[in-house]
Design a protein around this ligand. Structure first.
Ligand code: ME8
Length: 637
């Protein structure tokens, strides 16, 4: 029996909201999954969230929440975002799922018993945002070679996975399997990296530094390194090791998709971990380039993420999906510009596809009361159109199977433009005037048939628009199958159609940029952040002024301050993630704004009762204060 096509995205960190970079990989996976499904394959598409580790613990602390509360909230944001983009995953894994945690402990125990894990003293340079140690030679000017942020020297006892032991096997595996790492450029990069001896991998973190993680089954003072925990999701999600038949039915994964930032973890750490556990490696690890904004990688910590909720409202999810797939060259970086986005939508979607749909259906209405005509004899023009359609379908299929979706879409857009040209050449409006009904029937049937083919080929990228085209053509009940795009003449005559509104209205650049600019200060991202709330909701939040009477750094935490705040009737302890922007003494004496009625939480063993308010962009953060003297405890209404 053929196993399902198993495709994965990275599991994303929930330290902040999803951004366009996350959307890209997930839309790409969803689109490939849909193509495979309409090609008749069974597919298993996995995505999820990476919830342990320092990054998440600190993000939670900065928001005055427990890590689990924080994760639950952000997981909802991710899931809502995927729903808005119509991502049809088969399973969403969270690394805080019980089954996953149990499986990680089993994996660790197995490796420990096999002697693949040992304890050692380790000192090195640690990058907190990347959660990894670097050696002296990696670090330049005290900065992390990956994210270019400062690293700090750390020395501690830890557990190590004997990754180096599997180096020769890995090199041989990569050499024997040209499709194991794709594209070719990344494969060469990894082979180059493997020319140096591999270090063993530190797979633990002492609990006194970080407690938010999965406990090592053989030492309760340590938690598992977040990357070990995260990579394993690809096998735990399908039931390893407990649900063996399910696991064996799906594994190996056909493709793990990710961007180039995490190719080493996927192409080196992951296969060696699997090899040590006696599990076959995935078939392909595919690393795409980055979406960049003005030459900088788009990302939440870079502060240049595109305002997606607003963008989605303005252009719709199909247009965004199309743009992301069409305008990215999978093996290199892609530049995001609003001009590029608008140009793409106006050209390919409003002018070409939208126009073709309106024209064909409009002409069928004007001339045949909306009923698909019966075609007469095909001339050279119809044969050429048919050949273009079949060639586009075949090109698309081949390019998709080879992960070059942009080229596949280019071929489909070629078919759409060609059909518009066919209408111009055959000029059905003149045929109507001349009363050449038979020729008119043939032309409009063939143009509608090309539209039917396009509605299959584009469906995985733009499901809403293509469903709508199919409805207008009267074929919404037909199953969408790729093979039906390779056959000409399947559109049934004598069906009722309708014209409808333009599928993709032209975007006015100036108006859109104005609308987007109004989004410059988005609401904070919570479940209620979308849309408006009534005053009753706001009144539930109790805000008051508090005077900071003590403030100190939290030991072993870079971002956290412990504040004692006088609220008139009581003194409260509040933990705030603002240490990167304030020295403790700068805050003492300040009158700041406090949210009073939050559930108390413990952050690294320190209780926090309430939250202070601050505003900022990432580079600059300022606490909110009041304009003038008011006593502590004054309510804010
Ligand atoms: O790395 N362009 O999570 P993450 C294209 N939790 N893709 C981008 C992108 C950009 N500018 N920015 C992000 C992690 N991505 C780990 C993964 S997997 C076992 C653990 C996409 O939230 C891209 O897929 O930082 C990248 O690899 C991923 O988001 C990183 O997501």
């Amino acid at each position: 029996m053929e196993k399902p096509f198993y495709i994965t995205t990275p599991i994303y960190y929930v330290n902040d909201d999803p951004h366009l970079g996350h959307a890209y990989t997930t839309v790409l996976a969803d689109t490939i999954a849909r193509y495979r499904r309409i090609a008749g394959e069974e597919v298993f598409f996995l995505t999820g969230t990476d919830e342990h580790g320092q990054k998440i613990a600190e993000a939670a602390a900065a928001r005055g929440m427990s890590p689990k509360q924080h994760c639950d909230l952000y997981v909802k944001n991710f899931k809502n975002f995927w729903r808005e983009l119509d991502i049809q995953y088969d399973h969403f894994i969270r690394t805080t799922d019980r089954e996953h945690k149990n499986a990680i402990q089993k994996a660790l125990m197995r490796l420990w018993e096999l002697g693949e894990i040992y304890q050692d003293e380790y000192s090195g340079w640690y990058c907190t945002p990347c959660e990894r140690f670097w050696t002296e030679k990696d670090v330049e000017d005290g900065l992390c070679p990956d994210c270019k942020r400062p690293v700090k020297e750390l020395s501690e006892k830890n557990y190590f996975f004997r990754m180096s032991k599997h180096q020769d096997w890995l090199i041989e595996h990569i050499e024997k399997n040209p499709h194991f790492i794709r594209p070719e450029s990344r494969r060469n990069e990894i082979l180059g990296f493997l020319r140096q001896p591999l270090n063993d991998l530190c797979i633990s973190r002492p609990k006194d530094r970080l407690s938010w993680g999965i406990e090592l089954p053989f030492d309760k003072d340590f938690v598992c390194y977040v990357w070990f925990d995260a990579l394993m999701n690809y096998v735990t999600a399908i039931g390893w090791p407990e649900r063996k038949p399910n696991f064996e039915y799906h594994w190996p994964a056909d493709v793990h998709l990710m961007a180039k930032d995490i190719i080493t973890t996927h192409a080196v750490y992951w296969p060696t971990m699997l090899h040590a556990l006696g599990i076959e490696p995935p078939r392909t690890v595919f690393s795409h380039g980055w979406w960049m904004v003005e030459e900088v990688k788009m990302g939440k910590s870079m502060g240049n993420a595109v305002p997606i909720p607003k963008l989605l409202k303005l252009i719709g999810r199909d247009a965004l999906r199309y743009f992301l797939i069409r305008d990215s060259v999978i093996s290199s970086d892609s530049q995001f510009t609003f001009e590029g986005l608008i140009r793409r939508i106006n050209t390919d979607l409003a002018n070409d596809l939208g126009n073709l749909t309106s024209r064909v259906l409009g002409l069928i209405h004007q001339n045949f009361d909306g009923v698909v005509p019966v075609p007469g004899k095909a001339t050279e023009d119809e044969i050429a159109l048919k050949n273009t359609a079949i060639a586009a379908a075949e090109t698309l299929r081949d390019e998709v199977m080879d992960f070059r979706l942009s080229r596949g879409l280019e071929a489909v857009n070629g078919l759409v433009s060609e059909t518009n040209r066919y209408l111009e050449n055959t000029a059905p409006w003149n045929l109507a005037k001349q009363g050449d009904w038979e020729r008119l029937e043939t032309v409009l049937y063939n143009a509608a048939e090309a539209l039917r083919v396009a509605s299959i080929l584009l469906w995985p990228v733009m499901p809403d628009a293509c469903d709508e085209i199919r409805k207008r053509l009267g074929i919404e009940k037909q199953k969408i199958l790729l093979e039906n795009a390779m056959e000409w003449g399947l559109l049934k005559s004598n069906r009722d159609t309708y014209v409808g509104l333009p599928l993709f209205p032209r975007i006015d650049e100036e108006a859109m940029m104005k609308d987007l600019r109004e989004e410059e200060h988005p609401l904070p991202s919570t479940e209620t952040a979308e849309g408006l709330i009534d005053i009753g909701h706001f009144a539930k939040i109790q805000l008051a002024l508090g005077k900071v009477i003590e403030c100190e750094n939290m030991p072993k935490a870079d971002r956290l301050l412990i504040l004692k705040v006088d609220l008139g009737t009581e003194i409260r302890q509040i933990i705030a993630g603002i240490a990167p922007w304030y020295m403790p003494e700068e805050l003492i004496g300040k009158t700041i704004v406090i949210v009073l009625n939050l559930e108390p939480v413990k952050i690294r063993g320190y209780e926090s009762r309430g939250m202070l308010l601050a505003a900022g962009t990432g580079d600059v953060v300022k606490v909110l204060t009041v304009d003038g003297e008011l006593p502590p405890g004054t309510a804010i209404k």
